[in-house]
Each structure stands twice: as C-alpha cells, then as structure tokens.
Design a protein around this ligand. Structure first.
Ligand SMILES: CC(C)(COP(=O)(O)OP(=O)(O)OC[C@H]1O[C@@H](n2cnc3c(N)ncnc32)[C@H](O)[C@@H]1OP(=O)(O)O)[C@@H](O)C(=O)NCCC(=O)NCCS
Length: 158
C-alpha cells in the first residue's frame, strides 16, 4: 500500500467486498472480542451510520456510529495501518456526519490502557466525561465526549 495515497472516507456499502474487508480489519484489531457476523454491520449500514476509509481503492479502516436519544455513540472503529492518520480522518468524518444533522454530541467508551485510541480522541476534541467501572480484565472503562457546539467540525471532504 502506497502511504502517500490520500485517505478518502465514504459510507460503507452493503456489499460482500466492503463487509469482508471490514470484518478482516475487525478480527485483526479486536481478536477474541471481534464481531464475527456481517449482520452486525448490516444494520449500521442500513441506518447510514457505518463509514470506511480507503487508500488507493483499498478499505483501510471503518467507524460505526449508533444513534442515541442524547446524541450518538461511537460504537467501534479500527484501522488496517496505524499512525497514518486514518483514525483521525474517520473521526473527523463522523463529526461532519453528525454535525450536519443537528447540534449534537458523540460519546464513546475506551479502555484506560488503550493509550493510542485515547490520544487520538483527545486530539480530535473529545474530553473525558466519566469513569464507568472496569472491563472484565480489570481495565478502566473511560467515557469520552465531543460536543459540536464546543469544537467546530472540519469541512467534510466528500
Ligand atoms: C485506535 C486506532 C483506531 C488509531 O488509528 P490510527 O489510524 O493509528 O490513528 P492516527 O494515525 O490518525 O492517529 C493516532 C494518534 O495516536 C497517537 N499515537 C500514535 N501512536 C501512539 C502510541 N504508540 N501510543 C500512544 N499514542 C499514539 C498519536 O497522537 C497519533 O497522532 P499523530 O501521530 O498524528 O501525533 C488504531 O490504533 C486501531 O485500529 N486500534 C485497534 C482498535 C481500537 O483500539 N479501536 C478503538 C477502540 S475505542
């Protein structure tokens, strides 16, 4: 994969190709905790809340949002190649997506030990808003939130 290719973000499609690519990234990123059924992704695709990042036509990351009464939950995200700005591009895309619909917030839960993800969320405007106990392995469950009225969204690229 050519690292210099621009990152393009788009809605995930209900096609075998998109679903297989995303399931592959999901399995590698989350291992025993990975979602294994394509139906889990299909309902997010139907609701238009699933996004993929592509580089040179290759699917290199995905992000899933879930609608909640108080705003949105960033349910899952993972990338195929780390530290190339793919995660940042996906989060910025998600902020554009929800920002264009209403003034809103996005919340998420992240493991305390997941410093890479926490750093990415901090850099993209999320702040820690709670400690929600622990995961089964004892790791802290941290809630982070981004509000569209406190942090302007970047322009959408597509
Ligand atoms: C978390 C994840 C989505 C980040 O994606 P990414 O494409 O690597 O993120 P980016 O390249 O856009 O930026 C990551 C930022 O994290 C930080 N970072 C990078 N490597 C790091 C490390 N080893 N430790 C701590 N922070 C790190 C940096 O601030 C980096 O930005 P910068 O390099 O521009 O300064 C990716 O690591 C991943 O798929 N992880 C496995 C699945 C996962 O944990 N998902 C999140 C669940 S809440």
């Amino acid at each position: 994969m050519d690292e210099k290719q621009p990152i393009k973000t788009r809605k995930m499609k209900d096609t075998k190709s998109d679903i297989d690519d995303v399931l592959d990234i999901e399995r590698k990123a989350f291992k025993q905790y990975a979602w294994r059924k394509c139906e889990s992704f299909r309902c997010r695709i139907k609701a238009n809340h699933a996004f993929v990042a592509c580089k040179g036509g290759e699917v290199v990351g995905y992000l899933l949002l879930k609608s909640e009464c108080s705003g949105w939950l960033l349910e899952k995200m993972a990338v195929k190649y780390e530290s190339q700005g793919i995660g940042t591009a996906l989060v910025n895309w998600a902020k554009c997506h929800v920002g264009s619909e209403r003034t809103t917030l996005i919340r998420l839960n992240v493991r305390g030990q997941n410093t890479r993800a926490r750093r990415l969320y901090q850099k993209t405007g999320f702040v820690e808003t709670g400690r929600l106990g622990t995961y089964t392995n004892g790791d802290t469950k941290i809630e982070m939130t981004w509000k569209s009225d406190t942090m302007p969204t970047k322009a959408c690229d597509a």
